[in-house]
Design a protein around this ligand. Structure first.
Ligand SMILES: N[C@@H](CCC(=O)N[C@@H](CS)C(=O)NCC(=O)O)C(=O)O
Length: 221
């Protein structure tokens, strides 16, 4: 088999980049990691994602794949034999995609950033909606170890990066995830026992410091 060339354009604090990192780690793929300076994007990023100019971009044998949900699905399809992420059954696949889409709309949305970036009523409303969404996710998790069942699956890979931001959300939002959603916190800790996750997620304190810098930079305080 010819040697594969896999490159990931990434940014350390990005939950979207973390998804790609986890999926590659789960599959055991060797790749070149290129850290982007998002205030001074590389020519390679502009060339490989000319439409959105965002990370992550997975470049597989010279061909770019953009958008983290699509990147994770691509990784699963190209390397299907090791640790499948999406279920084989079409209905279960559709269900996993539904919840990944839910995470995208409710957990990773611009609205949820108001928990750490906004004040007053805006902040309270964002916090309430965010916690309600997490509780719905807890319901979907049920008594399973992972959203994927006994093993890490697509929804786990899509959601768990947000755990690295939870501490920043808690500190800025003045609430406790452990109190609000204990089952989800236990799930996140379980995911972190897997090396593919622990080595892909940055330290929560570092993310908190970064969130404070962003707040200052965008004039939120
Ligand atoms: N929907 C995209 C979101 C990616 C995204 O927001 N990337 C951010 C970093 S967290 C980025 O590249 N920002 C630079 C910019 O928008 O100029 C995905 O899932 O990949």
């Amino acid at each position: 088999m010819e040697k594969e060339e896999v490159v990931l354009l990434d940014f350390w604090a990005s939950p979207f980049g973390m998804r790609a990192r986890i999926a590659l780690a789960v599959k055991g793929i060797n790749y070149e990691h290129k850290e982007e300076d998002l205030s001074n994007k590389s020519g390679l990023l502009l060339k490989t994602n000319p439409v959105l100019k965002q990370i992550p971009v997975l470049i597989h044998n010279g061909k770019p794949v953009c958008e983290s949900l699509i990147v994770v699905q691509y990784i699963d399809e190209v390397w299907p034999h090791r640790s499948p992420l999406l279920p084989l059954d079409p209905y279960q696949r559709a269900t996993a995609r539904f919840w990944a889409d839910f995470v995208e709309k409710k957990i990773c949305s611009l609205e949820s950033r108001k928990i750490w970036a906004a004040k007053g009523e805006e902040h309270e409303a964002a916090k309430k909606e965010f916690i309600e969404s997490l509780k719905l996710l807890e319901g979907e998790l049920g008594n399973k170890a992972y959203f994927g069942g006994e093993n890490l699956g697509y929804v786990d890979v899509v959601l768990v990066p947000m755990y690295s931001w939870f501490y920043a959300y808690e500190k800025c939002g003045n609430f406790s995830f452990e109190t609000e959603c204990p089952k989800l916190v236990a799930w996140a800790r379980r995911c972190l026992e897997q090396e593919s996750v622990s080595k892909s997620l940055p330290d929560q304190e570092k993310i908190y410091e970064y969130a404070l810098q962003l707040k200052k930079r965008f004039g939120f305080e």
